[in-house]
Design a protein around this ligand. Structure first.
Ligand SMILES: *Cc1c(COP(=O)(O)O)cnc(C)c1O
Length: 394
């Protein structure tokens, strides 16, 4: 099996798994208990907080552990909205291609009287600073813009956005779930006020994440109950998961340069070779993107059929479309960068990891053109394109 859906989730590394095991055996004590046995878990919990903080250039007290990226996004945005509402500021700026954990939270806030400006991300999948500046108002309480997109991998000018927000005294949250552990992050240098991350996107376990909140921001409580996470998110801590995440992040940061260089080389080989397929196009900026992200459209095919045939050939890939949820709507991200509906349907996302080998990439480079060719031969749309009854978009 060739696994190329690392933006969907990643394999837990052996080292991370080993680091987690003691918390199921000798160190299972409750981190909030008073006896020495529980204190060991407590110690490792706080070590994990310091490790995660260090990877972002944050302070340990600025890190809150959560159940993952979706929870962190929800918490950050709702908390910022509450701060805004208290000052009668009910305008938020975001983009059209955020993750649904952000978009659906914003939609809910809109139904509660907030106004949201969704910045366009243009053909290259990157927001423009002048448009952000123009959208900023006196009643803007929050800018939430993702660090890197999960479908097309494009990286936003985060430091510049942060600087602009700090100047205007507007809170800046970034969904950095795809970026954390993959590209360098410095919350101080980048003027980030809140940042979401998720462990399972960098070879840590699923169901654990973190929210960074800059010291001095009045973060509202998410879960009422015990005093865990400084009383803001109650519930016995998932020490094994949290410690696993911290080890995974530390590793990812230590290996970042080397892994990125390898991934970029293999990814670019995919772009070069699969780019030879006629009527195809890269989705999103070629340069300002995550090192492991490949995303292309092939005109005249259905991405879902491509995925099923790739699955038969032993390759796990993604189309980036919402077909998994049973809807046939094309991806909101591809529509946001201006791909027409019928082209957006023919997309393929391949996301690499440190475990991806050149042999695997060579196999995919051989298989994809064969499958695209096969699907086009059966496609009535392709037939019309070939006969000139329909115009090529790519
Ligand atoms: C995966 C992902 C999320 C959701 O994270 P979970 O830990 O699965 O809840 C949010 N935002 C982005 C950009 C993601 O890629």
């Amino acid at each position: 099996m060739i696994y190329l859906d690392n933006a969907g989730t990643t394999k837990v590394s052996k080292k991370v798994k080993q680091a987690m095991l003691p918390f199921f055996d000798e160190d299972y004590g409750n981190a909030s208990s008073l006896y020495t046995f529980g204190q060991r878990a407590k110690e490792q919990l706080e070590n994990a907080r310091a490790m995660v903080a260090k990877c972002l250039n944050a302070q340990p007290r600025e890190i809150y552990f959560t159940s993952g990226g979706s929870e962190s996004d929800n918490w950050a945005i709702n908390a910022a909205a509450q701060i805004g509402a208290r000052q009668n500021k009910k305008h938020i700026i975001s983009t059209t291609f955020e993750h649904h954990a952000v978009l659906h939270t914003l939609k809910k806030l809109e139904s509660q009287g907030f106004e949201v400006t969704y910045l366009p991300v243009h053909e290259n999948g990157i927001v423009r600073l002048d448009e952000l500046k123009q959208a900023m108002r006196l009643d803007t309480c929050l800018v939430t813009i993702m660090f890197a997109n999960n479908e097309i991998g494009t990286i936003q000018p985060i430091a510049e956005i942060g600087k602009l927000c700090r100047e205007k005294k507007i809170l800046f949250h970034t969904d950095a779930v795809q970026a954390t552990g993959h590209v360098a992050i410095d919350v101080v240098a980048m003027n980030i006020d809140m940042l979401s991350m998720s462990s399972h996107k960098f070879h840590g376990p699923k169901g654990v994440g973190a929210l960074y909140v800059r010291q001095g921001i009045a973060l509202s409580n998410l879960i009422e109950g015990g005093a865990q996470e400084r009383g803001k998110r109650a519930g016995t801590e998932n020490v094994a998961g949290i410690y696993g995440m911290a080890v995974a992040l530390q590793d990812a940061v230590a290996e970042m340069k080397e892994v990125a260089a390898r991934e970029t080389k293999l990814r670019d080989k995919l772009f070069t070779e699969l780019g030879k397929i006629p009527h195809s196009a890269i989705n999103g900026d070629r340069k300002h993107r995550l090192p492991n992200n490949f995303n292309m459209c092939f005109e005249g095919i259905e991405g879902e059929s491509l995925l099923l045939l790739l699955d038969d050939a032993g390759v796990c890939a993604s189309s980036g479309s919402a077909c998994t949820s049973g809807s046939l709507d094309p991806s909101h991200v591809l529509l946001a960068i201006g791909r027409p509906h019928e082209v957006a349907h023919g997309s393929l996302r391949l996301t690499l990891s440190k475990y991806t080998t050149e042999d695997e990439i060579d196999y995919v480079i051989k298989k994809v053109p064969e499958i695209v060719d096969y699907l086009r031969k059966m496609s009535p749309v392709w037939d019309e394109l070939q006969k000139g009854e329909r115009k090529y978009a790519l």
